[in-house]
Write a protein that binds this ligand. Sequence first.
Ligand SMILES: [Zn+2]
Length: 353
Amino acid sequence: MRKVLLSMAAVALLFTACNDDSKAINQEQEIDMSDFYVYTDGDDGSASKSANSKNKLKTCHTMNILNRQLNENPGLAKKMYDIEYQTRAFIAGKKGGNGNGNGGGGNGGGGEPTPDNLGIINIPVYVHVVYSNSNENISDQQIASQITVLNKDFRKTNNDITLVPSEFDAVVADSEITFSLAQTFRHSNSRASWGTNNDVKSTYPPVSPSTHLNIWVCNIGGGILGYAQFPGGSPSTDGVVISPQYFGTQGYVSAPFNGGRTATHEVGHYLNLRHIWGDGRCRQDDFVSDTPSSDRPNYGCPSYPTAHCRSNDMTMNYMDYVDDACMYMFSEGQKSRMRAIFASGGPRESMAP
Ligand SMILES: [Zn+2]
């Protein structure tokens, strides 16, 4: 986005002939912590919740939870700052280290990214099905259909990838991340809805979160589709929560979020991706340079082009809020950001091959 491009250009001017050490220091200077504090509580009123529920607008509570955790845990901001530092050093190193990178290629840069030597990263998945009725006790087939979608979306083998407009063709990414179901745990519980305060995780704690992605499938309530925790949070709440009717593509699923893309979106957060519009105005950043600036989420199925902030929104990105049928790509910049957390020193290093 624009701010990052400008600041990267400034770095290039100042440090054209610098070595790796000074480059790392520059990375530290680049981190604008104001972007970490994204106050979304205003969007959390009961009025908007019920409207969302009625209109079937996508509602993800990941940022609300991040804000709460940042308030409750003074050490978390520093931890996330360190992760951001490591991420940017990793991405800067990938660009070849001559200090004159073009900020990730901008829109349509199209350059082949430097391989990061991490290879294909497979993440084993534990699914915790927590149900109060037989519908919510989703079938093994429904769970399998979700794992299939994750593998297609993260490997760019989804059929609808062909719908990406030519403007964004050059930055469509195969993240080279795969998922395999390790085990399903089933828990009957009379509680009908679990809210967004991680209650389900304290009731049924994650299993081996340092090596496994934990997904809880339970009724969240309030029209909320899902929520995730960013890297850096407590291991005891690490993972993704999704309501059963938005999980997978068959069985107990509900249109227009019956394409398995709620999990793709939430796992994106789990792998350190922000919402594509940066949860703020045009200058608020998603920390990814090849996604256009926007000042709002898109809903439904927007026609192309849809423009905000003087550029066309990448409405078809998994990290927007559109219907499942209308999101079908990650960008190269998002790929780099996700893979950085598996690199040496990264918060999910223990998951890397
Ligand atoms: Zn989200």
